[in-house]
Write a protein that binds this ligand. Structure first.
Ligand code: SF4
Length: 143
């Protein structure tokens, strides 16, 4: 089975701070699966490391106050293209990210407060019929 997965969950150092979110349990789970790895922010031409960003209304703003919405939209569109080309039905994306988060995101004030919401890429994938899970709930899905 093919599954799209956030690159940082697989151990790639693509996070804003140049680190990763490697998840060993997820890696073990994915052993017999065909993994399509993506980092939407990299696909949107954002560098590593980069300033952290949060969603504010319908914009994405980085900690320096720069509007990076176009990068996030580009990354989301490219990720969707890859998913469609690869016939992806399910993705496991990093929770809470302004790109990959599928249930909660930070509230836009850079004060570590989570609110209900979706990252730009997760939202676009869902809108196009792809099931988006995260590293906490993927086992709840009927694989
Ligand atoms: Fe990880 Fe997604 Fe952020 Fe890339 S955009 S670092 S894959 S959470």
């Amino acid at each position: 089975m093919k599954v799209m997965v956030s690159a940082c969950l697989l151990g790639d150092n693509v996070k804003y701070n140049g680190k990763n979110n490697k998840n060993d349990a997820l890696l073990a789970f994915l052993k017999d699966k065909d993994v399509i790895k993506v980092c939407p922010e990299c696909l949107g031409d954002l560098k590593v490391p980069r300033s952290p960003s949060e969603i504010q209304g319908n914009r994405v703003i980085n900690k320096e106050g720069r509007d990076v919405t176009s990068n996030y939209l580009k990354g989301a569109e490219k990720t969707l293209k890859i998913a469609q080309n690869e016939n992806i039905k399910v993705a496991i994306l990093k929770k809470n990210s302004p790109s990959c988060g599928s249930q909660k995101i930070y509230d836009g004030t850079f004060s570590n407060n989570l609110i209900e919401g979706e990252g730009i890429t997760a939202k676009l994938l869902k809108k196009n019929g792809i099931v988006v899970l995260d590293e906490d709930n993927y086992l709840e899905y009927k694989w």
